[in-house]
Design a protein around this ligand. Structure first.
Ligand code: ZN
Length: 115
């Protein structure tokens, strides 16, 4: 399961971070998930909670920062988020625009509590 693997690597990264700050308790972790990353946010959230329930990580919350697909227009240079699979440039109407982001899957922040 894709989402389970991602939830696992998020926890791995948190573990790694905490190792460098002994005594700190992780409270909240933010993960940027691009629309094109092929991740189901509900499923990821579910897996994350399943992995942390009943463990020392029980109080840790996962925040998913949803990133929409973003295109750039080669004609006028504007960048815009894609809504309803409409890839045309909203500024000039150019239809052959390029995808510039939306496939990210990366840790954005970690909130910890110092004892
Ligand atoms: Zn344009």
């Amino acid at each position: 399961m894709h989402e389970l693997g991602i939830a696992n690597s998020v926890l791995e990264a948190v573990r790694e971070e905490i190792r460098r700050h002994p005594g700190a308790v992780p409270r909240k972790v933010g993960l940027a998930v691009g629309e094109l990353a092929g991740v189901d946010p509900d499923c990821l959230q579910f897996n994350f909670q399943a992995l942390t329930r009943g463990t020392e990580w029980e109080g840790l919350r996962l925040e998913i920062l949803w990133r929409p697909r973003r295109h750039r227009c080669p004609a006028c240079g504007s960048e815009f988020d894609i809504v309803d699979y409409n890839f045309a440039c909203p500024s000039c109407g150019e239809t052959r625009t390029e995808c510039v982001s939306g496939d990210e899957l990366e840790l954005k922040y970690l909130e910890v509590e110092q004892p």
